[in-house]
Design a protein around this ligand. Structure first.
Ligand SMILES: Cc1cc2nc3c(=O)[nH]c(=O)nc-3n(C[C@H](O)[C@H](O)[C@H](O)COP(=O)(O)OP(=O)(O)OC[C@H]3O[C@@H](n4cnc5c(N)ncnc54)[C@H](O)[C@@H]3O)c2cc1C
Length: 394
């Protein structure tokens, strides 16, 4: 039997679920397919290892969709300042929410809390069907629809197929959409830690000689999540240490700025790669989320950019519905790609530039970097421009 819906989304990660909420709100019938049998459960007693820093723009989108209250009810941690410094010199910069008249600079949120809140919203949406434990295996575009095959043998027809199937997107590959990619030669180690001194609702980042070490403040004043990006060999070495030795190495790498740091969870690592799809559109196909782009987590922007993509798509879908246009047509979707690809390219270039700049250890570069940071720290207007941009307010 062939099932019909207007929009079909492959992938029920945060991006796929947000897109489903946006498409349903625009008035489309939506089917979401996910390979996972169940989402990662959110637990009150234990932090999800995967946390992200969300900007104000992302928060607003989730608020408009009715998901933010559900996220806040579970657990969020607003941060009111950001302290960044160069481990190879004295350059440092501090951004404060108060300097730009904002209550915070963003929130640290667990991915499982975002997924759980979005799933509650979608349960109230009769136009959305979610199917788990099956994969989209192929798609064939026809004149008026795309025919999508699932690995359980079923076929579905939709006007538009959205690939939110993650960094290794099989749909992107099957559509022959090329990637511009670049290995950052970093693996990110993530874990939850206890700090001897309170984190002061500050997101901290030290650029060490091997890569950035970030401490993201969690809801309890002495709990943080770390993202420590280093070349694979260094990350492997950190993973191999016992908890005590790892905690000591971490405290040293952070210059003991919050006293002794103690690891309190398992340590996970993620290889980091820049990927940017050469185009976001195929025949009745649109790429979103990590399927469209991935970047180094040093600026905490990967998911935020994807949610900005979803917000832009919302406008396109609402217009299509109002004008009774076929949402799978390239002519309808083109404004989305035009609006987002240039922005995303600029952020990918900026993040890559930062990563490379802080990887350099030649004395003139280190000096220039440190002087630059200190000068910027004293330049109120430039700092507030960067803070507002980082919040997604420009
Ligand atoms: C260490 C680290 C730190 C980060 N920190 C931040 C941060 O602070 N701020 C920020 O904005 N971003 C951050 N990011 C990026 C962010 O985590 C990702 O961009 C985001 O989680 C990707 O979501 P997604 O929904 O696109 O993909 P995923 O979460 O990968 O979801 C893809 C889904 O597709 C499903 N799937 C795959 N193939 C199929 C198929 N064929 N059919 C059906 N379903 C399929 C999978 O089961 C999965 O559920 C960070 C990333 C890392 C690695």
């Amino acid at each position: 039997m062939t099932v019909q819906s207007e929009v079909l989304i492959a992938g029920a990660g945060v991006v796929g679920l947000t897109t489903a909420a946006v498409a349903a709100r625009a008035g489309f019938s939506v089917t979401v397919i996910d390979a996972r049998a169940a989402p990662t459960p959110w637990q009150r007693e234990r932090y999800d290892q995967r946390v992200v820093a969300l900007t104000r723009a992302s928060q607003r989108l989730l608020q408009q969709l009715g998901a933010w209250d559900g996220i806040a009810l579970r657990r969020v941690s607003p941060y009111t300042a950001m302290q960044v410094w160069d481990g190879q010199g004295s350059g440092s910069i501090r951004f404060a929410a108060a300097d730009i008249g904002e209550p915070d600079l963003g929130h640290i949120v667990e991915l499982s809390a975002i997924e759980a809140a979005l799933l509650s919203v979608l349960q109230q949406q009769p136009a959305v069907t979610l199917r788990r434990a099956c994969k989209v295996s192929a798609a064939q575009a026809e004149a008026d629809a795309t025919v999508v095959s699932l690995d359980d043998g079923q076929t579905l027809r939709a006007k538009l197929l959205i690939a939110a199937d993650g960094a290794q997107s099989g749909l992107r590959e099957a559509a022959g959409i090329a990637l511009t990619e670049h290995d950052y030669d970093h693996h990110a180690l993530v874990a939850q830690i206890h700090c001897e001194r309170p984190h002061q609702q500050t997101a901290w980042q030290r650029f060490t000689e091997h890569g950035p070490l970030a401490l993201l403040p969690l809801a309890e004043p002495q709990q943080c999540s770390i993202v420590w990006s280093q070349p694979p060999a260094q990350t492997e070495a950190m993973l191999a240490l016992n908890d005590e030795d790892f905690s000591a190495a971490l405290t040293r790498a952070f210059e003991a700025r919050l006293g002794a740091l103690t690891v309190q969870s398992a340590r996970l690592s993620f290889p980091l790669k820049m990927r940017h799809a050469d185009r976001y559109l195929g025949e009745r196909l649109l790429l979103l989320g990590d399927a469209a782009h991935t970047m180094h987590p040093l600026a905490g922007q990967g998911l935020n950019l994807s949610l900005a993509d979803v917000a832009a798509l919302a406008t396109v879908l609402e217009t299509a519905k109002r004008r009774q246009l076929d949402p799978g047509l390239l002519s309808v979707l083109r404004p989305f790609e035009r609006a987002r690809r240039a922005d995303n390219s600029a952020m990918l270039a900026l993040v890559g530039g930062f990563k490379n700049l802080f990887a350099r250890s030649e004395l003139p570069v280190v000096l220039a970097r440190n002087v630059g940071m200190s000068l910027l720290d004293r330049h109120g207007y430039a700092k507030s421009w960067i803070s507002r941009r980082a919040l997604g307010l420009r």
